[in-house]
Design a protein around this ligand. Structure first.
Ligand code: SF4
Ligand code: SF4
Length: 318
């Protein structure tokens, strides 16, 4: 039994799925960046993408699944998918909330000049990575020149109404530590970001999500290379918080890969650990409600979601 499962047993925690309210779709692994800690291992040379057939099947299932309210589209850079705009328009026709996990620099790539306007016109919520308000840390983690372009993209989004007080166009920023540590307090950091980004660049945003680095893929290799893996695992384990576990995203979210396989979250997807049980892909279910009450695949990387204030794709969980 993994250390994480032992911990849940000891805490007598309830571990099954609740109703699925969010779908997270990884529609492409292609990205214009190749960040140091990317758990998807995305880069400009990746070619995996969701086919039209898979996208249409998801729409068909959504039409049978009234409990799903939010579609969180991720990648790679999802805007690079040739069906991105068609799919977003289909989702919005169904009155679903749509999130675009946007890396900001994509908005300046060739062919993407009107993507920001498209997102605003369809009232898509933008969730954008900005691991620091200083250029040194951002460029270290995400590549040279990324900070400057990200700032220009945030200014452009602000101009369209994103992140402004009282605006319906929501703009969330995502912070994750540059190294093997836990994020600071989300509310305190949000205050710092708000002050610094406004003073330095006049930038406004809706809120900040803090995310703990999950020890898988590129971040795991980095920890191993620096001989810091066990130290990081100890930090996560010692900070296990039952309250944070109660809010883990996998209880109400499912993650779907480009081939239509179903996972408990994007991290399990990258580890190729599909949902336990037989409902493993979008052709094996008739609606997403079929997944309620099912077991979740937990392993030791899950300690990253339950340490301290907890972590999920929408920030702290406790
Ligand atoms: S921008 Fe996001 S998807 Fe692209 S390489 Fe960086 S972390 Fe990965
Ligand atoms: S890493 Fe584990 S705890 Fe976190 S969302 Fe995925 S399955 Fe749940």
């Amino acid at each position: 039994m993994s250390r994480f499962l032992e911990k849940l047993k000891e805490a007598k925690a309830s571990v099954n799925r609740l109703e699925t309210t969010t779908l997270q779709l990884n529609i492409t692994k292609k990205c214009n960046q190749a960040c140091r800690h990317c758990h998807v291992e995305s880069s400009p040379i990746r070619t995996e993408k969701m086919s039209r057939e898979v996208l249409e099947r998801i729409l068909e299932l959504l039409d049978q699944s009234s409990e799903v309210q939010t579609i969180d589209i991720t990648g790679g850079a999802p805007e690079l998918h040739s069906d991105f705009r068609w799919f977003v328009a289909e989702l919005r026709k169904r009155n679903l909330q749509v999130i675009d996990r946007c890396n900001l620099t994509i908005l300046f790539e060739l062919g993407q000049e009107d993507t920001a306007e498209f997102l605003a016109a369809h009232q898509v919520q933008v969730v954008a990575s900005l691991p620091c308000y200083s250029s040194k840390n951002v460029d270290y983690q995400r590549g040279k020149g990324v900070f400057g372009k990200s700032i220009d993209a945030l200014k452009m989004l602000n101009k369209l109404g994103y992140g402004k007080p009282q605006s319906e166009l929501e703009l969330y920023l995502v912070y994750n530590p540059t190294g093997a540590s836990l994020p600071p307090s989300q509310s305190k950091l949000e205050e710092d970001y708000r002050k610094k980004l406004y003073e330095d660049f006049g930038i406004e945003f809706t809120g900040l999500f803090t995310i703990t680095n999950v020890p898988i893929k590129r971040f795991l290799f980095d920890l191993k290379r620096k001989n810091k893996l066990e130290e990081y695992m100890q930090l996560l384990i010692e900070n296990f918080n039952l309250k944070a576990f109660e809010g883990v995203m996998c209880r109400s979210l499912v993650s779907i890969d480009h081939e239509g396989q179903i996972y408990d979250c994007d991290f399990n997807q990258m580890l190729e650990l599909p949902v336990p049980g037989i409902k493993k892909n979008i052709w094996a279910i008739e609606s997403f409600s079929a997944l309620s009450g099912e077991k979740i695949f937990f392993d030791d990387h899950c300690f990253a979601c339950t340490a301290g204030a907890g972590s999920s794709c929408t920030g702290a969980t406790a």
